[in-house]
Design a protein around this ligand. Structure first.
Ligand code: SAM
Length: 227
């Protein structure tokens, strides 16, 4: 997703209190940001933020960090948070969730931002498919990215991935096997799966694609056990 580059989006994002501008400074020190040692869950490629904002509202005992590459997209999440259009976004006190922060960055740098064992859960929702095989390493479920996640996830940590794209889902299952991750659960029709669909929070893309009649795939996996 890349929205029209909204003028001022960079400026607004950089000056917003929910956005962490220098995230590398907090590697191994995220408790300083949240002022507690609660578990940290992150969403990589959060888009306009519907999923992570709802998660943060429903689970105050968890700290959430949303990662998005584009300021123009992150701006939409900030607007959702404050319930205002960008013109007014700085003129009111946004609804502050103490357990939610956003970072504008490329997830390729994620190991420079979170330390070993610092993250308890990673969400990947409707990640860009990068259909050309020469771009496979850019897919957020490629072994290249799984290695990065492995460095920051706790041993008992989990990765949860949802998509409408069956090719990307099959690729991801293959990469999980290649990387020796442990597959805990999988479905190719999430909304008909009573167990996996329990407490499901829909993302913007999930609403759009399931509204068009597409089935949603989901998997949950844990990092390889190092003996
Ligand atoms: C297809 S959208 C899905 C948005 C949202 N998760 C949803 O389900 O509605 C994918 C989002 O991931 C972001 N993204 C893709 N690759 C990224 C990367 N390497 N680092 C950070 N964000 C990324 C894109 O900019 C885009 O906003």
């Amino acid at each position: 997703m890349r929205l029209r580059n909204i003028a001022r989006s960079k400026n607004i994002v950089e000056n917003h209190q929910v956005v962490i501008n220098n995230p590398k400074k907090y590697k191994n020190h995220w408790f300083e940001v949240f002022k507690n040692n609660n578990p940290i869950h992150i969403e990589v490629g959060m888009g306009k933020g519907q999923f992570i904002i709802e998660k943060a509202i429903s689970n105050p005992q968890i700290n959430y960090v949303g990662i998005e590459r584009y300021t123009s997209v992150l701006l939409r999440a900030l607007e959702r948070l404050s319930g205002r259009e960008s013109e007014n976004i700085n003129s009111i006190e946004p609804q502050t969730l103490n357990n939610l922060r956003f970072i504008c960055m490329d997830a390729r740098e994620i190991t420079e931002v979170f330390g070993e064992d610092e993250v308890s859960k990673i969400y990947l929702n409707f990640s860009d498919p990068w259909p050309k095989s020469r771009h496979a390493s850019r897919r957020l479920t490629s072994v290249e990215f799984l290695k990065r996640y492995q460095q920051i996830l706790k041993k008992e940590g989990k990765l949860e991935f949802k998509t409408d794209n069956v090719d990307l889902f099959d690729f991801s299952l293959w990469q999980i096997r290649e990387g020796k991750w442990n597959l805990e659960a999988t479905t190719k029709d999430l909304h008909q799966d009573k167990t996996l669909n329990q407490n499901n929070i829909m993302t913007e893309y999930e609403e759009k694609f399931s509204g068009e009649g597409l089935k949603i795939c989901k998997l949950i996996c844990t990092p390889p056990k190092i003996l």
